[in-house]
Design a protein around this ligand. Structure first.
Ligand SMILES: Nc1ncnc2c1ncn2[C@@H]1O[C@H](COP(=O)(O)OP(=O)(O)O)[C@@H](O)[C@H]1O
Ligand SMILES: [Mg+2]
Length: 497
């Protein structure tokens, strides 16, 4: 409204001076022309001015609306990112990082300008015009420390509402909005962030995205992301885990190499598959007693090949055949699907009620279909694990679903030796302790009878104590004999039943 007001002033003055001139130039010098009389009348002039102002104002308003529309259409660019986008959390983080950096710059600038206590006005001016984010929100996540402890991490991200940020030379209006009051099936509000800036500055979006992506990569470098299925999609489970090195898993000689080779070959053969119209899928089954490193091995393989892991839980409440099939088409890129304890997935299943309704659940044929039906994803690596391979349905492990089966057994002599070296290699460089340990292990009949997990337990209990480790073998053997007796008794009872 300022603009029309200023404009209207000039003609008014002109009119006035014109009126004075005319009045002055009148032949009789007294009455003057009608025009002069009219314009000379301050009330009329004021009225005329107001009317003029209103007209200009109206035009101005229309013009402004039109201009705003024009500006919006032609001069501004908007970019909308929805919560479902994988870049969403990283854009939020980028914004708070950027904001923090900007604030530091401003504070640094104020101080270096040598502003003393009287800086009030200057600072408040800077503050006032500094890009700002009004509201922040805390996001909580779990991180696993290198020592394995869980640690809660908070990050501060811009809250809902409008924020203004300055990036390079551009001002950007950021609007984080919740759409509607309804939770989606994941129990989250549907949300978007909209970035608006001048058309001339549109290239900054790309740079912002690149920076946000860099943040993401830095945070995930050397890490394995674990996804869990939630609702109809995969969701990160906790913070990314540090990659498990392949070296940390001790298997029989050559087993790891063979597996890595097979997976690498598959990964490199993408084109070969697509050229022949063969679904690009590979399935692996790892079976063997508990505590032999099946899960650890898969984690290490994923880390080694730079894959993430999607944990599939087919007994998840509310999961149906359809949803499962859909989920398997939405596995994030470079992600292994892992179905642990594949034999147990169908036990404790609610039995079908009298009305024939079994509750929302996945059927066995539903899983088979999801694994290789027409609608299933083209690209997939899946791992199944089980402690009871004999309980697995043949249909699940036929070629095409499972292409490579690997038995991972209890610790062999080779593995026991290697595990010893990892724990006592430095303290027992000549291997005298190792020799005695190995001799005792075999005399107690523990080779191929104890799991690496048990051995690891014994070593951890006797950390840095070579003698203690050797002595503890007796206990381990006794415990084993006890468990073995119990197991055979249990089996006998099963037979009697
Ligand atoms: N072969 C192995 N090499 C190194 N560590 C092992 C091995 N097997 C088991 N462990 C250790 O024992 C624990 C349980 O192993 P896990 O991988 O869960 O076994 P599984 O999945 O076969 O039951 C882990 O802490 C792991 O580090
Ligand atoms: Mg396991």
């Amino acid at each position: 409204m300022n603009v029309p007001a200023i404009q209207s002033k000039a003609p008014q003055d002109q009119q006035q001076s014109l009126a004075t001139e005319l009045a002055a130039g009148a032949p009789d010098g007294a009455g003057g022309s009608l025009f002069a009389q009219l314009t000379g009348n301050p009330y009329f002039t004021a009225g005329f001015g107001l009317a003029g102002l209103a007209t200009v104002g109206r035009l101005g308003q229309k013009g402004l609306t039109r201009a705003a529309y024009y500006v919006r259409r032609r001069m501004l660019v908007e970019l909308e990112v929805t919560r479902r986008d994988r870049s969403y959390p990283w854009l939020l983080r980028w914004m708070s990082n950027h904001h923090r950096a900007e604030m530091q710059k401003i504070q640094g600038g104020v101080e270096s300008a040598g502003q003393k206590p009287s800086k009030g006005a200057f600072e408040s001016l800077v503050r006032r015009f500094a890009p700002r984010i009004h509201e922040f929100q805390i996001e909580t996540g779990e991180v696993t420390r290198p020592d394995g402890r869980q640690h809660t991490q908070f990050s501060v991200v811009p809250g809902l509402g409008k924020h203004i940020i300055r990036y390079e030379n551009a001002w950007i209006l950021v609007n984080r909005e919740r759409q509607g009051q309804h939770l989606d099936y994941e129990g989250q509000f549907f949300e978007t962030i909209r970035f608006t800036t001048l058309y001339a500055h549109r290239s900054i979006f790309e740079r912002i995205f690149l920076e946000a992506n860099k943040l993401k990569e830095e945070a995930e470098e050397g890490k394995t992301i674990i996804y869990h299925s939630r609702g109809m999609d995969w969701e990160r489970f906790g913070e990314p885990k540090r990659k498990r090195p392949l070296d940390s898993v001790v298997l029989e000689d050559g087993v790891k190499e063979r597996m890595v080779e097979d997976m690498q070959e598959f990964i490199d053969k993408r084109e070969w598959y697509s050229d022949r119209g063969i679904p690009y899928r590979r399935g692996y089954l790892l079976y063997g007693p508990p505590g032999t490193g099946k899960s650890s091995f898969i984690e290490a393989l994923a880390g080694h090949l730079e894959f993430n892991i999607a944990m599939l839980n087919v007994s998840q409440r509310g999961l149906t055949d359809d949803k499962l099939a859909y989920l398997l088409t939405r596995v994030p890129a470079r992600t292994i699907v892992l179905l642990e304890d594949a034999d147990a997935a169908w036990v404790n299943r609610r039995s079908v009620g009298e009305d024939g309704y079994a509750g929302a659940s996945v059927t066995f044929s539903g899983l088979l279909n999801a694994l290789d039906g027409v609608g299933s994803a083209e690209e997939r690596i899946i791992f199944l694990t089980t402690n009871h391979v004999e309980r697995l349905d043949e249909a699940l492990i036929r070629p095409g679903r499972v292409d490579l089966t690997l038995r991972i057994g209890n610790a062999t002599e080779y593995q026991i030796g290697k595990l010893w070296d990892r724990f006592y290699g430095e303290m027992d460089p000549k291997g005298a302790g190792r020799e005695r340990f190995m001799a005792k292990v075999s005399s107690l009949g523990l080779v191929d009878a104890i799991s690496p997990a048990e051995l690891q337990g014994l070593f951890l209990y006797n950390k840095d104590k070579v003698e203690g480790a050797i002595a503890s073998l007796d206990e381990l053997a006794a415990m084993h004999a006890h468990v073995a007796r119990k197991m055979t008794r249990g089996a006998d009872e099963d037979v009697r039943e």
